[in-house]
Write a new protein. Structure first.
Ligand SMILES: NC(=O)c1ccc[n+]([C@@H]2O[C@H](COP(=O)([O-])OP(=O)(O)OC[C@H]3O[C@@H](n4cnc5c(N)ncnc54)[C@H](O)[C@@H]3O)[C@@H](O)[C@H]2O)c1
Length: 253
């Protein structure tokens, strides 16, 4: 049990990487707050966790709204007595180039960057009371590698990598570590949606993008969740302000 009795908030935990991450933390003894705008998927994940003997609650929230971010943290405290770990995983995917509208830019920045900042603002207040904690932000290979028509998304992920360093500096004196995990191609509902828009099958896209990695394949959600778990756990006690690529080597080529 690597996070026994730790209170863990995972945003975007109704689907994909966040869904699996919430399950992995619950398997490791965490008391998990599944936070998502999607109530159906969030409740389903809580039911899955509970059916395996884990502890979890669902809190519906649009993390781009400050009141919702505060509500998630308040509910975590009400249910479990505090907050020790925050996984800032929720994201919106504006996969567009120069044609992206101001509204789309605002949505991308509002959820991915400002939402992450708002969640961290309230969670860190509780971590300070608990004597420390850990934050893991979800970056991406898109923070480092150019990809066609990805400006509105990539800019937010690059911002998150730098915000991770700034947060790590500010919260270090409070024994709060802040790190980022940067996945490559992971097959999730979000990536399936993108693949469908390209007119390819998951197999075709995985083969095409997988060939650009050292391992020759796409990754799965558990491979990312394991990296998040490591950075959030005490095993990473001297790691802060870092980013860990979970991309099969994609960005190293
Ligand atoms: N899948 C990939 O290949 C990949 C690669 C690199 C990085 N990532 C990152 O991993 C994270 C998870 O991606 P995924 O592929 O699992 O996506 P996903 O779409 O499967 O899951 C994202 C979840 O976030 C929730 N969400 C969206 N907007 C929200 C909001 N405003 N408030 C609360 N919840 C909201 C969605 O409802 C959904 O449940 C994201 O940060 C993404 O940028 C994914």
């Amino acid at each position: 049990m690597r996070v026994k009795n730790k209170v863990v908030i995972v945003t975007g935990a109704a689907s994909g990487i966040g869904e699996t991450t919430a399950q992995v933390f619950a398997e490791q003894g965490g008391k998990v707050v599944v936070a998502d705008i999607d109530a159906k998927g969030g409740e389903k994940n809580v039911a899955t966790i509970k059916s395996k003997g884990g502890q979890a609650i669902f809190v519906q929230a649009d993390i781009s709204k400050e009141t919702d971010a505060k509500h998630v943290v308040d509910e975590a405290v009400k249910a479990f007595g505090g907050v020790h770990i925050l996984v800032n995983n929720a994201a919106t995917f504006v996969l567009k180039g120069i044609e992206a509208t101001v509204e789309e830019w605002n949505r991308s920045l509002g959820v991915n960057v400002i939402g992450t900042a708002m969640m961290t603002k309230y969670a860190v207040t509780e971590m300070k009371k608990a004597g420390g904690g850990a934050v893991v932000n979800l970056g991406s290979i898109s923070a480092f590698c150019a990809q066609p028509d990805f400006y509105a998304y990539s800019a937010t992920k690059a911002a998150l990598v730098q915000m991770t360093r700034n947060m790590a500096m500010d919260f270090g004196p409070h024994n709060i570590r802040v790190n980022a995990v940067c996945p490559g191609l992971i097959i999730t509902p979000a990536s399936r949606n993108h693949i469908a828009k390209l007119g390819l099958t998951v197999e075709q896209y995985s083969a095409q993008e997988g060939a650009k990695t050292f391992l020759g394949r796409a990754g799965n959600t558990r491979e990312v969740a394991n990296a998040i778990l490591f950075l959030a756990s005490d095993e990473a006690s001297y790691i802060s302000g870092a980013y860990l690529m979970v991309d099969g080597g994609y960005a190293a080529i």
